[in-house]
Ligand binder design. Structure first.
Ligand SMILES: [Fe+2]
Ligand SMILES: [Fe+2]
Length: 340
């Protein structure tokens, strides 16, 4: 199908039918990635209302309805009004340009780092109190390791939960990427499918990175915090990489317990917002679009959806560890793709 699309595009370009052909290609591209119910739907929830052609500029509609920060604008190459973004000329030469995607309400989609079909409404009904009782020796090692790691974290951050969340999200986004990468390589080496686990783990990493992109809109890291992140990432990535090779069941169990701690931290964060110790500021624009929050959403709404995400990560990682504990491989159980 992809070859057919590529041939159609080249043929049309040769005959000067650039606009029509690209319209077809982009529509197909979007539709192929659109969930089945949405493809068939004509409801207002159909998010891809504005995908009609590839343009030389990102958007001609104003995105003034969302309070985008200057940083958002720079990082996403968001254009104001109908002025083309000249820096995209080089993209145009290669035939690569972003489709003119719009929100449900018709306003321009301002983000390049994620698209409307990657957004979701967090499942806030998830049980936050679930806990995996450590039974085996490895469970106890995982549990004690995480409890030990919490001590310096508590001492360093105390009740500065915004800063704490921002810093910990820089670590939380690592395990999914490491696990996904190693499973990806294993799939290549063994000529085997992975039951969707590569995708599920990479989705987790991406979701954690979006937590970070949200938190960094609220708390600006200081120079020494950036230095700490560099150091911690260097150590943690390599340690987790080795651990995942040696014992994926221990690695997933540790992440499961880390997620339980994350739920606790975000619960404490919420308590401080409720008590007024932390100001319940308006939610960042990126969070409003990513979690499909109302335009007047606040920090409390953001923390609630992030905490729900952490509970889902907890389930995914304890589940993955349980599969290994049963002496099976992850590919033997269907991966929880899109589990939010
Ligand atoms: Fe997170
Ligand atoms: Fe998480």
């Amino acid at each position: 199908m992809n070859q057919h699309l590529a041939r159609s595009l080249i043929r049309s370009l040769l005959h000067g039918q650039y606009q029509n052909s690209t319209r077809y290609v982009v529509s197909s591209f979007i539709l192929k990635r659109c969930p089945e119910p949405l493809r068939a739907s004509s409801s207002p929830n159909y998010f891809f209302l504005g995908v009609s052609h590839l343009g030389r500029h990102l958007s001609s509609a104003s995105s003034a309805e969302t309070a985008l920060s200057e940083k958002d604008r720079k990082e996403n190459s968001v254009t104001d009004g109908a002025k083309p973004n000249d820096s995209l000329a080089v993209n145009s030469y290669w035939g690569i340009a972003r489709p003119n995607v719009k929100r449900e309400d018709g306003t321009a989609w301002p983000w390049n780092c994620f698209m409307p079909w990657e957004t979701y409404e967090a499942d806030l009904s998830i049980d936050l109190s679930k806990h995996h009782v450590p039974k085996t020796f490895l469970d106890k090692v995982a549990y004690r390791t995480v409890k030990l790691l919490r001590i310096p974290t508590d001492i360093f951050f105390q009740r500065r939960y915004g800063c704490r969340a921002m810093m910990l999200e820089t670590v939380a986004a690592v395990p999914g990427m490491v696990g996904g990468m190693l499973l990806h390589l294993k799939s290549l080496r063994k000529f085997q499918q992975t039951g969707g686990w590569v995708k599920a783990l990479l989705e987790e990493a991406e979701n954690e990175r979006m937590h970070l992109m949200t938190m960094v809109e609220l708390v600006q890291p200081k120079w020494y915090e950036r230095l700490l992140v560099l150091t911690v990432q260097g150590v943690f990535f390599n340690m987790f990489f080795v651990l995942y090779i040696l014992s994926p069941k221990l690695a997933h169990r540790i992440v499961g317990y880390l997620e339980e701690e994350a739920i606790h931290s975000y619960t404490e964060y919420l308590k401080d917002i409720d008590s007024g110790a932390i100001e319940n500021v308006p939610a960042p624009a990126i969070a409003i679009d990513y979690w499909r929050l109302p335009k007047d959403a606040t920090l409390k709404d953001v923390v609630l959806v992030i905490r729900a995400d952490e509970a889902h990560h907890r389930d995914v990682n304890h589940f993955a560890s349980d599969i290994h504990f049963q002496g099976k491989e992850l590919k033997e159980a269907a991966a929880p793709i899109g589990y939010h």
